[in-house]
Design a protein around this ligand. Sequence first.
Ligand code: B4P
Length: 190
Amino acid sequence: MLNIVLFGPPGAGKGTQSEKLIAEFQLGHLSTGDLLRAEKAAGTELGLKVKALIDAGILVPDEIVIEMIKKKVQATQGGNGFIFDGFPRTVAQAQALDEMMAGLGQKITCMVSLNVGFDELKTRLLKRAELEGRTDDTPEVIAARIQEYLTKTLPVADHYRKQGKLQEVDGLGTVEEIFSRISTVLKAHA
Ligand code: B4P
């Protein structure tokens, strides 16, 4: 099984690359950002609870995200495994994920970390704001998301580095070039 954590700051291209990788490697896709936005759009109790946090660029509490991902893993056909996109975003989430995988008799194969500089991230997200109008793609909220990433999410890379599972990939270039770099990494594990 190929169980991949796709990691990177906001706008690194996790969502973009996930779409291509799930098709190429026949993987189930688990994006906590997509799941939370779907709850928000449907106006569920959970969606109402997380709306203000997402719109402010603040991470949703661990217990909510962990519970949501556990349910989704059970309900998703993995095929050859899973891509975790935007999860884990804290060390507590990473520990919960490792335990959950062990409970399923599986493990995380590797973390692919997309390296992109902050100026490029801001350019990409502001461009998306023009195209899609996401409520969290404003300059103030992008700055808050990057701050959350630096303080709470970056330590997750160390968690997987210590396990010898961190694979860094250059996230600059065309979508196809980056896809090719990630595919090379994954093929070495397949
Ligand atoms: P996400 O939806 O995961 O948002 P994100 O990190 O900003 O990633 P996103 O998918 O948008 O960006 P991508 O890198 O694909 O999370 C949103 C919010 O939900 C969080 O702020 C938080 O509040 C909450 N949340 C989610 N998961 C959570 C968790 N685990 N714990 C707690 N809270 C959680 O960016 C792609 C953009 O760049 C696109 O517009 C794309 O077209 C462009 N792009 C991609 N590749 C490119 C390339 N090579 N060149 C140029 N542009 C490119």
